[in-house]
Ligand binder design. Sequence first.
Ligand SMILES: Cc1ncc(C[n+]2csc(CCOP(=O)(O)OP(=O)(O)O)c2C)c(N)n1
Length: 628
Amino acid sequence: MTLLENILSPQDLIGLSDAELKNLAGELRNRILETVSKNGGHLASNLGIVETTLAIHRVFNNPEDQIVFDVGHQCYTHKLLTGRQQVFSSLRQWNGISGFTNRKESDKDAFGAGHSGTSISAALGLAMANQLDGKENYVIAVVGDGSFTNGMIYEALNNCNKKNLRLIIILNDNEMSISENVGGLSNYLSKIRNSQNYFNLKHQTQSLLHKIPTIGDGLIEGTRKLKKHIKKRVVAENFFEHLGLDYLGPVDGCDLKKLESVLSEAKSKTNCCLVHVHTVKGKGYVHAEEHPEMYHSSGPFDQVKGIEKKASEDSFSAQFGKIMVAAANADDSICAITAAMTGGTGLDHFSLTHPRRFYDVGIAEEHAVTFAAGLSANGKTPVCAIYSTFVQRVYDQLIHDAAIQKLPLIMALDRCGLVPGDGITHQGIYDCSYLSTIPGIEIYSPETYDEMKQSFATCFEAPKLAIIRYPKGAQQQYDRSGFNLCGEFCYQDFDDTGRNQGDPEIVMVTYGRITKNVYEAVQLLKANHRIRLIKLIQVYPLNSEKILSLIGQPRLVYVLEEGIRSGGIGEKLAAAIAQHDGCKPDTIRIRAIEDPLMEQGDLAALDGYCGFLPPQIAAEIAEISKAK
Ligand SMILES: Cc1ncc(C[n+]2csc(CCOP(=O)(O)OP(=O)(O)O)c2C)c(N)n1
């Protein structure tokens, strides 16, 4: 039996010897590596934080003391120590456990996450609630240095200057976001790390100051002044202390003993205390230590060989990168902006070929968009590349800083639609609904690389506030040769009924990745039904006249949308039909995402859950047709 198998709860960590703890850390790393290499996941961040998590669980009493992990992608050791060993092999799989913290999964996950920068606000709320209830439990927020580039972190820190709040912030500084961390804060943290001796000196001086006795009335004032003077000369405060927090560190994140000692000291502080821990991303797996960015988040790979480097051009992200480089070569007003996702959005090559017009602003989507609007106001053509799920944060910036000011701005939305693996917090299924409410916006949802290229060309030609949205991965493969292109959409008629009686009985409307599923459903139906399949490329605003005249008067209009139903393109089309005199179908059905709170899984599982698999679509249509 391994040591890890004996750890059924954090209480089992108490009483382990130093040697046993060291072995346990090794076992945890092996288990994480073994699982991530099979299922995919966030390897490097998790390997780096093993000892820190062990120390937290030895010093604090979870779940009474609550731990809030920022982003939540680095919580694997926490899951393994808190009763989830048996199910750990189901990490990120359908009906399995989440790759992030999740309140539904365990009461040991005090707060769920997936998006960066929320931990300190949430932890402060938890701690305040405890204080109101007279509880003495601690709340511990664990935040990476990458996430410290987030505006919300500072909004929360600004509120942490309260006395007797049992809140401890652990800054997990591995010098990396997904790629190298950026900006002034990253430089500042490196300065703090490099002044280790200075902080040791500060620590010693502070202890000494406490020991100076204040004897006699006359001496009291003098001693106070002396203390103040020494403090000013030797014990300069850092940024966190200026905000009213206590600061401890930097402490070596591989040294369990030191970590435990510093965390115990943090418990004794009356101010909110920030503990600065220096860790190594990828620790213990040589491939990940050498290439932490590559192992930040990955699919399955061979443990011995590591991830094979292949220059894949076959993805929407890679195509976007190529489009941007070509466009910037031809037009020197074009700029690219990313919020800490250079590799994920396909902008690596752009960052090298056009470094002056490339901006990685850190995990700061709100800032990215307003910054881009500023570039736009002074004549540049900014393209902001952000994942659909993270664009949820920039609704106000798009309205307030782009739309109202009538500033052209192109948003390249990656990972739209259903996203496998990461789960509930990462689905790109809301964007069409809420972004279509922004005045003057245009939304394109290309299904192919050619359509993507054309969408960008249209937006570059006549700059506007536009969204170009596309899915994770590669373009779907199937025979599209029968489609007729009509500008903003294309269509194809199918009829193997032999009846050849003119207009289609069923019109199916869809867009994006899911078109292939609809196309395959049509193949199952076309022997019995005359069908017209319309694929939208520009999904908003709809060219209603053109589309509605093509829809005509069928028995059924069936819209399939890989997004939430409420406010989606399907509902907009249904409203347009209702107001149109010429387009009068007997029935309109919308199949869209009804339950956006679905958990993680692969694409087939997610499609199946939503009723998007071709046989499911065909069966639904056959059923509706039978009832008519
Ligand atoms: C709002 C938001 N933007 C982008 C991301 C994608 N993302 C996930 S982890 C990460 C880097 C986090 O860096 P850090 O906090 O230092 O943690 P580390 O992985 O280095 O431990 C990013 C950019 C996200 N989760 N949330």
